[in-house]
Design a protein. Structure first.
Length: 257
């Protein structure tokens, strides 16, 4: 079995400019300290939102809380304690609540896509159906403050209450309507997403296929290019995220803000 000569041989540096490969599977990773103040409904924690193409996972480092979810199967609440691992697929509307010093390592499928706008907040329907108004409400200003993040969170909390009530009345039809509005919001970004995915998660999967082809041929050249890579600290700390303050480790090759 011969590897496609048009594809890079396995083990080649990830880009021409940087020899640093992405994290395993081209995932994204960040450290999260969940917001410690109450939202408009009295729940302490983060901003409810949904990812359209990325699965998300949590490893709880410290503290206590819960992840509240809404899917076509209804509402659920998963308690979070130190050592808990939980993950969920695209389409899961979710919100973190913080019962005390909740700190999480978040793992994101398709590293780079969440930063490129994969998440859509559960804004009120009047904003969701107008992409320009949604963008103005969801985007934090360049010099954002905690108050700006909380203002955005409270709008999304109000929208979640609206969405949950609609699901209670109409069932999955209300959720589908929300998904369609979210899809319309992200549609202009899909071309950029495809590029990030092709250079990231797709290439990581293709490298594995190429490596298996190489081994089948008795070719071990990619093993001679083995290396160890590390970031001893986040490249950014205290960033205002949707769910809390982030310590970020941008995924190679794209460092998307």
């Amino acid at each position: 079995m011969t590897a496609d000569p048009e594809r890079p041989r396995p083990g080649r540096p990830w880009t021409q400019d940087s020899p640093t490969p992405p994290l395993p599977g081209a995932i994204g990773i960040s450290l999260l300290r969940v917001y410690p103040d109450a939202a408009v409904d009295g729940v302490i924690g983060g901003t409810p939102h949904v990812h359209l193409v990325c699965s998300e996972g949590y490893y709880v480092m410290a503290g206590d809380g819960a992840v509240h979810t809404l899917t076509a199967r209804g509402e659920e609440r998963m308690p979070l304690h130190a050592g808990t691992v939980v993950w969920f697929t695209p389409g899961t509307v979710h919100r973190l609540s913080n019962d005390g010093a909740l700190q999480i390592v978040t793992l994101m499928q398709n590293g780079g896509l969440p930063e490129a706008g994969d998440a859509v907040l559960t804004m009120p329907a009047a904003l969701l159906t107008d992409p320009d108004r949604y963008d103005r409400a969801a985007r934090l200003p360049a010099e954002a403050t905690l108050e700006d993040a909380y203002r955005r969170r409270d709008l999304a909390v109000e929208g979640l209450a609206e969405l949950t009530a609609a699901v209670d009345r109409e069932g999955s039809a209300a959720l589908e309507r929300f998904y369609r509005a979210a899809a319309a919001i992200v549609r202009p970004r899909l071309r950029q997403w495809r590029g990030l995915w092709q250079d990231g998660a797709r290439r990581a999967a293709q490298d594995t296929a190429d490596q298996m082809d190489a081994l089948d041929e008795g070719d071990v050249a990619h093993l001679l290019l083995a290396g160890v890579h590390a970031r001893t600290q986040p490249v950014e700390t205290g960033r205002l995220g949707m769910c809390g303050l982030l310590g970020t480790y941008p995924a190679a090759p794209h460092e998307v803000t």
